[in-house]
Design a protein around this ligand. Sequence first.
Ligand SMILES: [Zn+2]
Ligand SMILES: [Zn+2]
Length: 560
Amino acid sequence: MDNSAIADNFSLLSKLMDIHGENSFKTKTYSIAAFNIDKLPLQLKDTPRENLFSIQGIGKSVGEKVIKMLDQGHLDILDDYIALTPPGVIEMLNVKGIGPKKIHTIWKEMGLESLGELLYACNENRLTLFKGFGEKTQLNVQEAIEYYLLNQGSFLFAQLEEIFPQIDNYLKKLFSAEKVSVTGAYRRQDLTIDEMEFIVLEKNETIKPKFLTAQPPELLEEKENSLLYKLKNGLKLRLYSGIGNRAEQLFLTTGSTDFINAFKKEFATVADATDPVEDERIFSAANIQYIPPCMRETAAVIEQAKARNLPVLIQPNDVKAVIHNHSNWSDGVNTIEEMAKDCIQKGFQYLVISDHSKSATYAKGLSEERIREQHRYINELNNQLAPFKIFKSIECDILNDGSLDYTNDVLATFDLVIASVHSNLKMTQDKAMARLLTAIANPYVTILGHMTGRLLLSRKGYPLDHKKIIDSCAENKVVIEINAHPRRLDMDWRWISYATEKNVLVSIDPDAHSLEGFNDIKYGVLAAQKGGLTKQQNLSSFSLPQFEQYLSNRKKEKGI
Ligand SMILES: [Zn+2]
Ligand SMILES: [Zn+2]
């Protein structure tokens, strides 16, 4: 059992105890343990038992439970709480905005045991009769449940990428490699995916019996040329069956409906039966540029391909820098030195440290004094590590009125400033626009961080007029981040072409809170490819001299 599984168990234990109304002093111990264990640099399973108890935050009770989990693979007390709680009540924990204390009231006082019941109670306005549930809370709960239910069975691209090889290998083993190819949303690198789609060149009658293993997936739907299964993890697996031309099938099942309809209006989609396995030939037969699968979303891209005007897409190794990172000075795990050395080892040219600003107290945001200290420390590191360079930055909170979290004198001490909204995310569009536009107009803001605050599959972002925000970034020479965390990917790729038309730079940034977080850069690049981004349009692809030049030119222009 690794640290994150142990931490998950403690976190669930603490929540279940809260739901049961146990002493909050006790439940807090476990939630703090979960938080600490998740951030430990060492694996507990590799730590000698006698050293466990000297780890900060692991006292007697927590330590003993860790040992039980390591020895037995589970935790009795957690199993007991799970057995004592209706599954529908546990499921409520998945809904944003309903914490364990509220679930306690919902279950014990309102007598509701499932999300369906709870949603119905919201519709009937019953929640407002209880303490702690105003009309606003009730509306939030209702929207959160609706959103959760809507996204059930959906997965982030990054989650599926992890299990993709397993499914792919399994199908290839069952039906031979030449007959199997991945297609659909996964092949298009969509950010969230409802169905994993494959072509399997066999008849339904051949496919179905092969799935009758010990744990057969559930067959949800059967059509003449497709089978839809549901796997144990909730993922839907669609198999396009039939014995046809593979290239043609691949083409027809890869593009979005808009794309395919637009294509069919002008061109044939029949490929030579002797075609290679991929679908390139369909484009060459149409005498247009090959459109990579990730871009087969809109009709507009076909026009670009006709004009032989498709961009040369950015690739993961075109990112030369790691911009937007949190060290252990705020809520990150690693020291700045560890992050810098890891960057050097991975071949990056520079690192931008942007810890949280002072209002983000939950994330140990930096006071003015800590900023001065951190800058001294970065200077020392830069002396040691040259020619590698660490840039001094901050992820500065955009406050409620759009002002920034420090005075201009303090902001002037950074090489660059990333401005992001972290508080009061529930805003009307007017409020959100006013807040962002004020921040963008601040001459010290270099990059606008995660533009909408969305969390894919769990939180919609605040509403924005994207065009106006992008126009204002163009006017104020503010770079727009593509936050590469697989749950954010914010700004959305659909706005990239408008931004680049307006000559706004974007920056693919990992928002890393640990060394592993650097790996997320790839997801930012995959999302950006969908929007047709080139490396020239991406700030984090700038070489170190280009980046320095960019920052100094910008400061000159702004007179700061
Ligand atoms: Zn942030
Ligand atoms: Zn951040």
